[in-house]
Design a protein around this ligand. Structure first.
Ligand SMILES: [Zn+2]
Length: 459
C-alpha cells in the first residue's frame, strides 16, 4: 500500500496531548510517524495541509443508517458517504432498524454490508431488549460475541427499572456500555415539542423536561447499584446535565452526549425563523467575519421536531456548560433521516428526528469554538477520545501504529449548507440555508481517501 505525508497542518491529537504544526506520515494504512518536518524519502507523496487542522478521524457514536428495513430513508452506503463528507471516519449505527439489531446474525449482516458498501467504519450497537419492546432482554452475550460495541433501545427507553438493572448487570459482564434514550413514557405521553411557553402558544402537546430527567436519575442510581456503565444519549435538559455532573463527582460510571441541535436551537424555532432570531438566535453570527443573511422558515416546520425536543435558552446554555466543564463527554449527531413525504404532514403526525452528519462539526465549531467557549483540542476530544473511551475503541488517536483514520478541517471556512449539497437520501434538516463556520475538507479511513472536498488531496 502507498505511503503518504500530510505536511504543515495544525495537528490536534487529544489522546497524545498534541497541538502543534507537524507532519503526519501514513504507511500501509497505519500512522507511521507524527512530528515537525519529518524526513522521508523523496518518492513519498506529499499533501500540503497548511492552514488546516489535522486530527484523528472523527467518531459519531449516534447514527441511524436505516438499513435493514427503511432504505428509502438512508442505506449503509449512502449514510457512510454522508459521514465522510462531514469528516467522520467511524459511526456507530443504532439498532432500531426493521428488523432490529437484536441477534448475532443481524449484526453479522450489517458488518458484511458495511465492509463491502460502506465508505467509513461502521460499528454496531445491539438492542437492550427484544424488538425494542422493553419486556425481555436481548441476548447481550451473543451480541457482544458478534461484535457490538454497545447496547441501546434508542428511539425507545426501557420503562421497567428491573429490566434496566438486569441489562446493566449483563452488559457489565460483557464489558459493554448501555446507551439510554432517557424518556419516561408516562410523563411524555404524546408530546411533540418542549412543554413550555411556545407549546402553549402554538397549541402543541408538550414533552416536559422532567420526562427526560427522571430517567437520567434512574439510570444513574442503577449504574451506581450495578457498577455497570450508563451513557445518557442526546441530553436536552438543564437538570439532566446537573444530575450527570453530580453523579460523576460521586464516581458513578456514567457518561453523556449532546447533539448540535440541542446546543444551537431552542423551542422558539418551532414558532418560525423570525421568532427564533429575534430572541434566542441573537448573536449567532457574532464569530463570523462576513455578514451573512439569516435563513427563514415557517412556524410548525416539522424539521424542528426531534426527540428529545429542543428546549429553552437556559437548557441550551446548560448543555454548552456541560460540554465546557466535561460533564458531557461526547458530541453526536443523532443523524435520523426521514423521507419528505413522512415529514410533510401536520406537526403532530411527523416522525421525530433530523439528519445531522454534514452540519455537526460546523455547528460545534460555530457554537462552541468560535463563541470562545471551548478550545479546538477540547472540541476535537468530544469527537475522538470521548467516544473512544466510552466504547473501548483503539480509534480516535494519531498514535504510531493506530489505523490511519484522519480528518482534515478548516475551522474558519464560512459556508452555507444547501439542500443540493447533501449526500443523504433524506432532506430533513432545519439547517439548510444556514451560514456555518468550519468545514471538513478531507478524510482518510485506514489510509484510504474517503472525502476530498476540493479534489486537491487526491495524489
Ligand atoms: Zn434517541
Amino acid at each position: 500500500m502507498n505511503s503518504l505525508l500530510i505536511t504543515g497542518g495544525r495537528v490536534i491529537d487529544p489522546a497524545n496531548r498534541m497541538d502543534a504544526i507537524a507532519d503526519v506520515l501514513i504507511k500501509d494504512g497505519k500512522i507511521a510517524a507524527v512530528g515537525p518536518k519529518l524526513k522521508v524519502p523523496a518518492k513519498i507523496t506529499r499533501l500540503k495541509a497548511d492552514g488546516l487542522v489535522v486530527c484523528p478521524g472523527l467518531i459519531d457514536m449516534h447514527v441511524h443508517l436505516r438499513e435493514p428495513g427503511q432504505t428509502a430513508k438512508e442505506t449503509i452506503a449512502t449514510g457512510t458517504r454522508v459521514a465522510a463528507r462531514g469528516g467522520f471516519t467511524t459511526v456507530v449505527c443504532m439498532p432500531n432498524t426493521i428488523p432490529p439489531i437484536e441477534n448475532a446474525s443481524t449484526v453479522a449482516a450489517i458488518r458484511q454490508t458495511a465492509a463491502s458498501q460502506g465508505t467509513v467504519n461502521v460499528l454496531v450497537a445491539g438492542t437492550i431488549t427484544k424488538n425494542l419492546a422493553g419486556e425481555e432482554l436481548a441476548p447481550i452475550g451473543s451480541l457482544k460475541q458478534a461484535g457490538v460495541v454497545a447496547v441501546t433501545d434508542d428511539g425507545h427507553c426501557p420503562q421497567n427499572g428491573e429490566m434496566m438493572r438486569r441489562a446493566l448487570e449483563y452488559a457489565k459482564m460483557c464489558d459493554l456500555p448501555v446507551l439510554d434514550h432517557c424518556q419516561d413514557n408516562a410523563l411524555v405521553m404524546d408530546g411533540v415539542m418542549h412543554e413550555g411557553y411556545w407549546s402553549t402558544l402554538l397549541g402543541l402537546r408538550g414533552w416536559p423536561a422532567v420526562g427526560e430527567e427522571t430517567m437520567v436519575a434512574r439510570d444513574i442510581l442503577l449504574a451506581e447499584l450495578t457498577g455497570g456503565h450508563v451513557h445518557c444519549q442526546h441530553l436536552s435538559a438543564a437538570r439532566s446535565v446537573a444530575l450527570v455532573r453530580e453523579a460523576k463527582r460521586k464516581g458513578v460510571s456514567v457518561s453523556a452526549e449532546a447533539c448540535p441541535h440541542h446546543f444551537t436551537l431552542t423551542h422558539a424555532a418551532v414558532a418560525g425563523g423570525e421568532a427564533f432570531w429575534k430572541e434566542d438566535g441573537k448573536g449567532y453570527l457574532s464569530g463570523f467575519a462576513k455578514r451573512w443573511e439569516l435563513p427563514s422558515w415557517p412556524n410548525y416546520d416539522t424539521n424542528l421536531k426531534m426527540n428529545p425536543p429542543i428546549r429553552t435558552a437556559a437548557d441550551r446554555e446548560a448543555i454548552i456548560e456541560g460540554l465546557v466543564d466535561g460533564t458531557l463527554d461526547v458530541i453526536a449527531s443523532d443523524h435520523a433521516p426521514h423521507c419528505d413525504f413522512e415529514k410533510e404532514v401536520e406537526f403532530d403526525f411527523a416522525p421525530f428526528g433530523i439528519i445531522g452528519l454534514e452540519t455537526e462539526l460546523a455547528l460545534a465549531l460555530t457554537q462552541l469554538y468560535h463563541s470562545k467557549r471551548l478550545g479546538l483540542s477540547e472540541l476535537v476530544a468530544k469527537f475522538t477520545t470521548g467516544p473512544a473511551r466510552i466504547l473501548r475503541l483503539t480509534k480516535g488517536t494519531l498514535s504510531v501504529g493506530a489505523d490511519a483514520d484522519i480528518t482534515l478541517f478548516d475551522p474558519d471556512r464560512e459556508w452555507v449548507f444547501e439542500r443540493n449539497q447533501s449526500a443523504s437520501k433524506s432532506y430533513n434538516s432545519p439547517f439548510f440555508g444556514w451560514p456555518l463556520k468550519g468545514k471538513a475538507t478531507a478524510a482518510w479511513v485506514a489510509g484510504k481517501l474517503v472525502w476530498d472536498e476540493r479534489g486537491s488531496f487526491s495524489p
